[in-house]
Ligand binder design. Sequence first.
Ligand code: G4P
Length: 531
Amino acid sequence: MTRKEEIEKRRTFGIISHPDAGKTTLTEKLLLFGGAIQTAGAVKNNKIKKTATSDFMEIEKQRGISVATSVMAFRFNDKQINILDTPGHKDFAEDTYRTLTAVDSVIMVIDCANGVEEQTKNLMKVCRMRNTPVIVFINKMDRDGKEAFDLLDEIEMTLGIKVCPLTWPIGMGDYFQGVYNIHKKNLALFEANKTKISQDVVNIKDINSSDIDEIIGEESSAELREELEMVDGVYDAFDHEKYLSGEVAPVFFGSAVNNFGVKELLEAFCEISPSPRGRESDSKMVQPMDEKFSGFVFKIHANLDPKHRDRIAFLRIVSGKFERNKFYNHVRLNKKFKFSNPTSFMASDKSVIEEAFPGDVIGLYDTGNFKIADTLTEGEKFMYKGIPSFSPELFQELVNLDPMKSKQLDKGIRQLIDEGVAQLFIQQPGNRKIVGTVGQLQFEVIAYRLKHEYGAKCQFEAKNFHKACWVTTDNNEQLQQFLRAKANYIAHDKDENIVFMAETPFLLANAESDYPDITFHKTSEFMLDKK
Ligand code: G4P
């Protein structure tokens, strides 16, 4: 197979949703269709239980399981599909945002009763930053939910993306009869069944034919015809280009737990979703077909066994071809590395690979050389952009409880920060370490891991900060005034960038109006443009 063919058959995507909408169930059903797993329940354990906030063994166990299910690869039709797992737990949202930089498209699951929820909005914002193509799957149609038109309106209004239904539901809840496939002109009939994989499909050439009345009843078919007419009037026909540029999201209806609508979704996904796309670096746009190999690290996973300090770095390949035992350039360190055990994630079986292509994600054993966003190349000097840090929402000061172990603590916290567990801001005087996270759970994970992996005892003290904003300006005089006036609220991030630790939204707004030449960034994305 040529390199072009290898690349074109790959589909690397993520499934995203607000917790409980059905992401895990849908993932599992897709894996069942792809033959990657044989029984339901295999992926379920991957979820960090919403209640297990202080069950450390649970967190540790989950960490182990989630290495195996971080990337789930399988073949369907003639496509090689890579699903990148995104943690649903909101405390791990930043992990999810970073993983989204390594996918080429997403499937967004929405619960038909709850509609667009908080986490859906946040995830969508991240997709919009990169114009990631989105397919929407409206789930749980076997339950009573909102009307289809209302849901589509809600998506357009709150998520800022146009929609294009490709299937249309017939009834809902107890009266859910199935979906009409607008694209293929057939009717898939619903049957509540958690084990059956396929459903009955009836081809309908003409929506006005009386066959349909016989199958779903006169009343339902009249309603369906009327609704399809409205769909036709309200929504433009599916435009592939607009989907690929992230302007229009095709919509499917179904019930993941009942395997209903999942096959249609997967088939349509294979047909329309993009093959691996290029990525922007700080010096040029790199395309999958470019000769030379390059890729970036978007996730780092610590070894489950604390005695072994090695970690797995997840590398998304962007261009060229990756080969085992070949020397590659680690751009940030300006050092050459070769990898003798790169692993793939085919099914849940981790195996050493000889080569990998754009779109693939491989695991590289790492002894502490990688940070999130590191770039590997065949010698070229560029770094990939677009893996921002988001301003955390919770801040606590890390206090060392054992002065004899301050070196271990220092090393430990820096390594955890490199893994992307949290963000670190250093405040002067006294080198105070302010740890910022998006959720309470991370503080518990950090304290636990510092103790068990680095032998350092620490405690966290709450800090009353509202936001950490990265500041930039061309007006050095104004910057110096600002730094003097706000000395107590200035910190530096791990790369020595200046950060303003605002205590309240009011104080942030004040600073913005008092220092008009200074820009206050809520994500660190700007730093990537600065280079
Ligand atoms: P998540 O990963 O997005 O958090 O959601 P998950 O798949 O775990 O689904 C959340 C709950 O919704 C699960 O129920 C799941 O069975 C249910 N669910 C998923 N798809 C459908 C569907 O199409 N129809 C209906 N009626 N329910 C659905 P649970 O009670 O939390 O777990 P379980 O005990 O059923 O496994």
